[in-house]
Design a protein around this ligand. Structure first.
Ligand SMILES: NC(=O)c1ccc[n+]([C@@H]2O[C@H](COP(=O)([O-])OP(=O)(O)OC[C@H]3O[C@@H](n4cnc5c(N)ncnc54)[C@H](OP(=O)(O)O)[C@@H]3O)[C@@H](O)[C@H]2O)c1
Length: 522
C-alpha cells in the first residue's frame, strides 16, 4: 500500500527558493533510482529524500522506485534503507513513525540495465500508479557508472518513459565524472542528449548544493561594500584551497584513472572559481547564472606546455604521519601501481583574461593526506601604500583579506589591521568572523537535499550545463597535455601530513605570495 499523506510544502517556505528565487511548488512525481542497491542511494539519496519529507518539502504525492540487479522485495529494500538511515541520517534519532509513512512510497524493481524486458517491467510498475503525474512526471536518477548512462537513456526512451516532447516532465540526473577529457565528455553529452533535451539533463556537482557555495553569490551581489572591491584594482590575488586529510584509502582503483586534477579541479574547484569571479547575471534564472559561469570559464587562459611547467605543480604523497597516524605512501595503497605517476596533489596559477580580473592570479590547490580537511577561498587585497606605518611595520604591514570558509566551520572572516592597545603605535592584523552555526543555528541541509529538491521542481541553476563541463575540460586537458605523461620528479613528492611539495610554495613565491594555512576557528 502506498500512502498519499499530504506532506505538502509549508507556506513559510514559499519565498526564497534556490538561487533561482521564488520556489516553485513540487508537482507529484515518481523518482526512479538506477543503482538502488548501491552506496550513493543508501548513504545520500534516501536520507536526503527522507529529510525533504520531514521538512514537508516533498510533493503531495510521490513514489520512489529503486532499480538494480540484486534480488529484493519492496519490504527488504525498505528495511535495508531504514538501517542505512539510522547510520547516515544527519538528524538522530530517526523518526520511526515518519519513516514508516515515507517508506510506504518506496518500491523496488529488480532488473538488469542491459535487459530491455526489465525496462518493460519498470514501465508496467509506473503504469500501475495510474495515468496521472505519478506515471508521467518522472525524475530518473542515474546512480550508476557513467559508462551505463547511454544505454539507460536509450532504453527508457524506447519504452516511452523519456521523451523530448511531452506535456508532463521527465528529467535525468547524472553524477560526475562527466567524462575523463573533452572528447569523452563530448561523447557522453551526445549520448545523454540523443533522447533528452539539454534542459532535461541535470548534472550534479554536490559542491553547488552546499549552503556556503550558494552563499558566494549572495555575499557578492547583495553587499555593496564587497562588490565594489571585487576586481583587479583592489584584489591582489585569490587562493582556493580544497584539502583532504584522508588518503585514497580503498579508492585506489578509481584514483589511478583520475588523479587530483580530474577528480577535484575539473569540477568542484572550477565551479567555485566561476562563482567567485563571474560577472553579475541579468537575473537569477538558471540560464542567466549559467551563461555568466560559462563566460568566466571561457575567459580563463588556456595553458601552453611552457605555462604548465611554470604555473602548475603536481605532487604525490609518500608515507608520513597525519593526525598522529602513520599513513602509507600512495604507491603502497591497494590497487595502485607501485610506479604510479598519478598526482594526489595539484597546485596551479590561472589567469583570467577579462576586464575585471586581468593580471590577478588565481591560485588553486587540492590534495590528499594534507594536514586538514578544509575548503576555503581567500580574497587577498592589495596592500596600502607603505607610508604612514613604515616606521612601525615596514613592509610587514598586513594586507586585508576575506576568507570564505566553505567547510568546515562554515562562515566568512575579514582580516584587517588594528591598533595594538597601549601607548606605542603598534599595528596588528585582527579578524572579524561570521559563523553559520552561531548566526543561524546548526540547521544545514545536506547538499543532496537541496539538489534533489531543485531537480524535482525543475530549477537547473545549481546543475552544470553541457558547455560548462566541456569548457572546464578544455582547461584541464591543456594542463594534462603539458604534463604529457612525464614521470614525477623528486621535487614533486611530499610527505603525507604536509601541505604538499615545496614546488607549490615556489609557485607563489615567484610573485611574492605565500599560501595561507586554512583557518581553524574555535
Ligand atoms: N557513493 C558516492 O558517494 C558517490 C559520490 C559521487 C558520485 N558517485 C557516482 O555515483 C555512481 C554510483 O556510485 P555508488 O558508489 O553508489 O556505486 P555502487 O555502490 O557500486 O553501486 C552501483 C549500483 O549500480 C547497480 N548496477 C551496476 N550494474 C548494473 C546492471 N547491469 N544492472 C542494474 N544495476 C546495475 C548496482 O546494483 P546491483 O549490483 O544490485 O546490480 C548498484 O546498485 C558512480 O558513477 C559514482 O561515481 C558516487
Amino acid at each position: 500500500m502506498v500512502s498519499s499523506v499530504n506532506h505538502s510544502i509549508a507556506s513559510d517556505e514559499l519565498c526564497g527558493g534556490g538561487i533561482g528565487g521564488e520556489r516553485k511548488l513540487p508537482e507529484p512525481c515518481t523518482i526512479i533510482i538506477f543503482g538502488a542497491s548501491g552506496d550513493l542511494t543508501a548513504r545520500k539519496l534516501i536520507p536526503a529524500l527522507y529529510h525533504l519529507f520531514k521538512e514537508k518539502l516533498m510533493p503531495a504525492a510521490f513514489r520512489v522506485v529503486g532499480f538494480a540487479r540484486r534480488d529484493k522485495t519492496d519490504a527488504s529494500w525498505r528495511q535495508e534503507l531504514r538501517d542505512a538511515l539510522h547510520q547516515f541520517s544527519r538528524t538522530q534519532p530517526v523518526d520511526e513513525k515518519l519513516w514508516q509513512v515515507f517508506a510506504e512510497n518506496l518500491c523496488y524493481c529488480q532488473g538488469d540495465l542491459s535487459d530491455a524486458a526489465d525496462y518493460q517491467k519498470l514501465e508496467a510498475l509506473l503504469t500501475s500508479f495510474g495515468s496521472g503525474p505519478l506515471r508521467e512526471n518522472l525524475l530518473f536518477y542515474l546512480a550508476i557508472s557513467p559508462s551505463q548512462f547511454g544505454e539507460v537513456v536509450e532504453q527508457i526512451h524506447h519504452c516511452k518513459l523519456l521523451n523530448k516532447e511531452s506535456s508532463a516532465w521527465q528529467r535525468v540526473v547524472v553524477e560526475k565524472p562527466f567524462g575523463h577529457d573533452l572528447a569523452s565528455a563530448h561523447a557522453l553529452n551526445r549520448e545523454l542528449t540523443r533522447y533528452a533535451h539539454e534542459a532535461q539533463v541535470f548534472r550534479i556537482d554536490h559542491y553547488l548544493g552546499k549552503e556556503t557555495v550558494q552563499n558566494i553569490l549572495m555575499f557578492r551581489f547583495s553587499n555593496s561594500i564587497f562588490e565594489q572591491l571585487w576586481n583587479r584594482n583592489s584584489v591582489d590575488h585569490i587562493q582556493i584551497t580544497v584539502s583532504e586529510k584522508l588518503g585514497v584509502g580503498g579508492r585506489g582503483g578509481y584514483y589511478e584513472e583520475s588523479g587530483a586534477l580530474r577528480d577535484m579541479v575539473q569540477n568542484h574547484m572550477l565551479q567555485v572559481l566561476s562563482l567567485i569571479a563571474m560577472e553579475p547575471p541579468v537575473s537569477l534564472e538558471a540560464e542567466a547564472v549559467r551563461d555568466e559561469k560559462v563566460k568566466l570559464l571561457k575567459s580563463i587562459r588556456l595553458l601552453t606546455p611552457a605555462d604548465v611547467a611554470r604555473q602548475v605543480v603536481r605532487g604525490q604523497y609518500f608515507a608520513g604521519v597525519v593526525g598522529g597516524e602513520l599513513r602509507p605512501g600512495y604507491r603502497q595503497e591497494p590497487k595502485v601501481k607501485t610506479d604510479s605517476n598519478v598526482e594526489t596533489y595539484v597546485a596551479l596559477k590561472l589567469l583570467i583574461d577579462n576586464w575585471r580580473w586581468s593580471g590577478v592570479p588565481f591560485y588553486l590547490r587540492t590534495g590528499k593526506n594534507l594536514p586538514q580537511s578544509t575548503s576555503e577561498v581567500r580574497i587577498q587585497f592589495r596592500p596600502t601604500p607603505n607610508v604612514l606605518f613604515a616606521a612601525q611595520c615596514g613592509s610587514q604591514l598586513d594586507a586585508n583579506a576575506i576568507t570564505l570558509r566553505l567547510q568546515p566551520n562554515e562562515g566568512i572572516s575579514l582580516r584587517f589591521n588594528g591598533k595594538v592597545p597601549g601607548l606605542s603605535l603598534g599595528v596588528r592584523p585582527v579578524r572579524m568572523h561570521f559563523s553559520y552555526d552561531s548566526e543561524f543555528g546548526a540547521y544545514t541541509p545536506e547538499a543532496y537535499e537541496r539538489l534533489l529538491l531543485e531537480a524535482i521542481v525543475g530549477d537547473a541553476t545549481l546543475f552544470i550545463r553541457r558547455d560548462e563541463v566541456e569548457t572546464a575540460w578544455q582547461i584541464v586537458d591543456s594542463i594534462r597535455q603539458g604534463w604529457n605523461g612525464q614521470p614525477l620528479t623528486n621535487r614533486e613528492f611530499y610527505a603525507a601530513g604536509t601541505w604538499g611539495p615545496i614546488a607549490a610554495d615556489d609557485l607563489l613565491a615567484q610573485a611574492g605570495h605565500v599560501w595561507h594555512e586554512p583557518q581553524v576557528i574555535q
